[in-house]
Design a protein around this ligand. Structure first.
Ligand SMILES: *[C@@H]1O[C@H](CO)[C@@H](O)[C@H](O)[C@H]1NC(C)=O
Ligand SMILES: *[C@@H]1O[C@H](CO)[C@@H](O)[C@H](O)[C@H]1NC(C)=O
Length: 510
C-alpha cells in the first residue's frame, strides 16, 4: 500500500508528515485491530507519593552544582530523579547546565542556560523541537540558542539568543531523541505519555532550586511542538492540583509559545497548501494552473472525507483513504518539485534525509559527535558517536499510534480559558506548516474569546520601524507571522524572533 513519499518518514524535524501517517496505518491496523483506537488516551496523571516534608532537602541554588553530576530526587516523585552538572560551554557569559531526567529506565537529556539579563528574576522558557523525533539541539545550535554551530568543531556566540531575557531549557524528548535513551527497549509513542515525564521534571526542578519557585514558566516549541506544547502545558497545569494537595508550590505556568506549527489542527492545515502554492498568500503562485485547478477541486472532497471519516467519527479505513486523497492531490505536487518544504522561496539544499534541506544540521551532528564535547556535556557513554539528530524510531512509533491525528486545539482552548496565554507564530515562507493553515485554525478555535479574537483584523507589527510581520490578538491569544522566515523562524530572522519573544515575555503583546 505504500508509496512515493516514503523518504519523508526520516524527516523527523517536519510536522508529522502525511506520508509517515499513511505508512503507519497498515501497521496500526494490525496493532489496533478490533479496538476503538480513536478514543484518545488522557495524559496519565502522576500520582504523587505522600512524604514527610522534613525528608526533602532542596539543593537550593544552581551555583551549588559542580562539573560532576549531582543527583536530585523528590520524595513526592519516587520514580524520578534528575542528574545535573555545570557545563561551561556555548554561551560563555552565563552559567550553563546539562543533565538527564531519569524516569526508571527512561533518560531525557536537557541543556539549561541562565538568562543574560537577570537570571534570579527572569522568566523560564522550556523549549522543545518537533518531529516527532527531532532533537532540540537543532533549536539550540541553529535557531534560538546562545551559540550557533559554524563548522564541525566550532560554535560562535549568538547575540540574538532567547536567553537574552530568560532562563532557558532545551530538551531532547521523548526517549531515543538526541542524547536521550532508554533501557530494556522502553519507548514512548504518544504525546500523552511524553507529557507525564515533562510535568514531573518541571516540578522536581522548581522544588530543588528555590530561587525559581513561583517564577513564570513559558512552554515553547515548534513544528510538532504544536502537539507537544498544548499537552505538556495542560499536564503541568493539571499537575498543580496535585502539587498543592501535597503542600508543594504550584508551577506558575504563564504562557505557551508555539512556532510554525502544523499539527494543532491538521484538518484545517491540509487545505492551506493550495493557498501557499496557487495564490499570492506568501510568494507569487509557484505551481502551474493545471495542477492548481486539480488541487482546488480536490479540497471539498478531501474536507468532506476527513469530516466524515476522521473527525465526526473515526473509521481507520475511511480516514486512511481521506488522507491518501488529500496527500496525493494537495501535497504531492510540491514534494515532487525539489523545493524546500520548510521554505517556499528556496530549493532544498542537500536532501531531506541528509540535511533536512539545511546543511548546518550536519554540522550540528558532527559538532556533537566530538568526544570532548560529549564529555563536557555529560552525555551517557552508551550513545553512539554517529547517532543522528532525529530519531526515526520515534517518528514511526508516534505514527503507529496516530498521535498526530488527535486534536490538540482543544487543549489550546482549555489553556486560554484558564488564563494561560498562547502565542502562535509562523514564518511566511514555511510551506509544510504554513501561516495560512495556522491562521485558519486560530480563527476556528472554539473558546470564550473567539468572537473578540476573530473580530480583530491582522495588523502590522514592527521591529526598528520596519514591518516584521502581521499579528492579531485578543484575551491572551496572539497569532503572528514573521515576514520572509521559513519553518525555522529564528534561523532566518533571529532579531525579529528575539524581539517577538522579548515583547511576549514582557507584556504578552507584540
Ligand atoms: C572552524 O571555525 C573556527 C572559527 O571560525 C576556525 O578557527 C576553524 O579553523 C574552523 N575549522 C574548520 C575545520 O574549518
Ligand atoms: C507568576 O508570574 C507572573 C509573571 O511574572 C507574576 O506576575 C505572578 O505574580 C506570578 N504568580 C505567582 C503565583 O507567583
Amino acid at each position: 500500500m505504500f508509496r512515493a513519499g516514503l523518504t519523508c518518514t526520516s524527516v523527523a524535524v517536519a510536522c508529522l508528515l502525511w506520508a509517515t501517517v499513511t505508512a503507519a496505518y497498515e501497521h496500526s491496523f494490525q496493532r489496533w485491530s478490533g479496538k476503538k483506537f480513536w478514543n484518545q488516551p488522557d495524559y496519565t496523571r502522576l500520582e504523587l507519593a505522600s512524604f514527610e516534608a522534613a525528608s526533602f532537602k532542596p539543593v537550593g541554588n544552581l551555583n551549588a552544582l559542580t562539573d560532576t553530576f549531582t543527583l536530585l530526587g523528590h520524595p513526592a516523585f519516587p520514580k524520578y530523579s534528575v542528574r545535573i552538572k555545570q557545563s561551561d560551554f556555548c554561551d560563555g557569559t552565563v552559567a550553563a547546565y546539562t543533565g538527564y531526567i531519569d524516569v526508571e529506565a527512561r533518560h531525557l537529556f536537557f541543556y539549561f542556560f541562565e538568562s543574560r539579563s537577570d537570571p534570579d528574576r527572569d522568566d523560564v522558557i522550556f523549549w522543545t523541537n518537533g518531529g516527532p523525533g527531532g532533537s532540540s539541539s537543532m533549536g539550540l545550535f541553529m535557531e534560538l540558542g546562545p551559540c550557533r554551530v559554524v563548522n564541525s568543531t566550532s560554535v560562535v556566540y549568538n547575540k540574538a539568543s532567547w536567553n537574552a531575557n530568560a532562563n532557558i531549557f532545551f530538551i531532547d524528548q521523548p526517549v531515543d531523541v538526541g542524547f536521550s535513551y532508554a533501557e530494556h527497549g522502553e519507548y514512548v509513542s504518544t504525546t500523552e505519555e511524553a507529557a507525564k515525564d515533562i510535568a514531573a521534571f518541571v516540578s522536581i526542578f522548581f522544588e530543588h532550586f528555590s530561587s525559581f519557585k513561583g517564577r513564570a514558566l513559558h512552554m515553547a516549541g515548534e513544528s510538532y511542538g504544536g502537539r507537544y506544547i498544548p499537552l505538556f502545558s495542560s499536564a503541568i497545569y493539571d499537575q498543580n492540583i496535585e502539587l498543592v494537595k501535597a503542600g508543594l508550590t504550584p508551577i506558575n505556568l504563564t504562557s505557551a509559545i508555539i512556532g510554525t506549527n502544523g499539527v494543532t489542527n491538521r484538518f484545517t492545515q491540509i487545505t492551506s497548501y493550495y493557498d501557499m502554492q496557487c495564490t499570492p498568500a506568501s510568494v507569487e503562485p509557484i505551481t502551474d494552473i493545471s495542477t492548481c485547478t486539480r488541487m482546488k477541486q480536490a479540497i471539498p472532497r478531501c474536507q468532506k472525507l476527513m469530516e466524515t471519516s476522521c473527525i465526526a467519527g473515526f473509521d481507520p479505513i475511511g480516514c486512511d483513504e481521506a488522507i491518501e486523497v488529500c496527500r496525493m492531490e494537495i501535497q504531492d505536487p510540491y514534494w515532487k518539485s525539489g523545493m524546500n518544504v520548510y521554505d517556499i522561496s528556496k530549493k532544498c539544499e542537500g536532501s531531506l534525509e541528509e540535511t533536512h534541506c539545511y546543511p548546518i544540521t550536519k554540522l550540528i551532528q558532527q559538532y556533537l559527535s566530538q568526544p570532548h564535547i560529549r564529555q563536557k556535556l555529560g552525555v551517557d557513554p552508551s550513545i553512539p558517536l554517529d547517532k543522528p539528530l532525529s530519531s526515526h524510531n520515534v517518528g514511526l512509533a508516534f505514527a503507529g499510534t496516530l498521535d498526530g491525528l488527535h486534536p490538540s486545539d482543544l487543549y489550546v482552548a482549555a489553556l486560554l480559558e484558564r488564563g494561560v496565554d498562547v502565542l502562535i507564530y509562523a514564518g511566511t515562507y514555511d510551506w509544510i506548516c504554513n501561516w495560512v493553515g495556522n491562521e485558519r485554525w486560530t480563527l476556528a478555535l472554539d473558546w470564550s474569546g473567539k468572537e473578540e479574537f476573530v473580530s480583530q483584523s491582522l495588523r502590522e507589527w514592527k521591529v526598528n520601524g520596519e514591518v516584521a510581520g502581521m499579528t492579531r490578538s485578543a484575551k491572551g491569544f496572539t497569532f503572528a507571522t514573521i515576514d520572509g522566515a521559513g519553518h525555522m523562524v529564528p534561523y532566518d530572522k533571529p532579531w525579529e524572533s528575539l524581539e517577538m519573544v522579548n515583547r511576549w515575555l514582557k507584556n504578552r503583546q507584540l
